[in-house]
Unconditional design. Sequence first.
Length: 262
Amino acid sequence: MQSEPTNNEDALRVCDVEKRYGGVQALAGISLGFPRGSITAIVGDNGAGKSTLLKIMSGAEHPDRGVVEVDGKPVRFHSPEDARDAGIETVYQDLALADNLTAAENFYLGRELKVGWGLLTFLRHRSMQQETERVIQQLGVRIPSVRVPVEGLSGGQRQGVAIARAVNWGSGVLLMDEPTAALGVSETTRVEEIIAGLRGRGLTQTIVSHNLDQVFRLADRIAVMRRGTLVDVVGARDVDAQHVVALITGLASAEPTAGPGS
């Protein structure tokens, strides 16, 4: 089991994090940092603990032991709202979009712009629509209109709306759980272009993915998990897919990592 060295440039870090569900140990002493401005992919078989780790970093789950640090300072997330307040936004696999609401309404869901006082308050629909259009165009997300319900959008367009919302509200870290699951080839390509384009914004991105081709296209570094442990952290340009698969399956022994951000 590997424990990644502390890096003062980490935007987010988990230290000796453990999590159990009854008799099942989902995470066993995970220590892993996410360097500012990097893209880290977390890979592993089903049951490796990837999604559990993501949920702890996003405030959706609480660790039984260990610490989450943001910009080097320990934090305690009681809810996803706490993580969002700390600048961490998450795009879950189900996207958490309300199908009956427009893209603009989803963009501002829970953060609606209002005018008025007390019971006499009204939503500032035009302002929300204009700002949503600005951000979506800036990120290169292509949708017919921000004024139509998202249930009429394609899978890739919906994913684009979810990512744009997260990027707009997240000041430092973006967590993504299988960002292109169930998407076609062209839509996957478009979503990957959006993710790659976020590098220039200095955002720290973490992607949980089973798609190793995608991992090597997007990631700077790859964190390999197996049975709730961190097996190794490797530079994406220092290894090939065969080596990563061997780490995932346990057929290769982890060696000290000298990849980016280690």
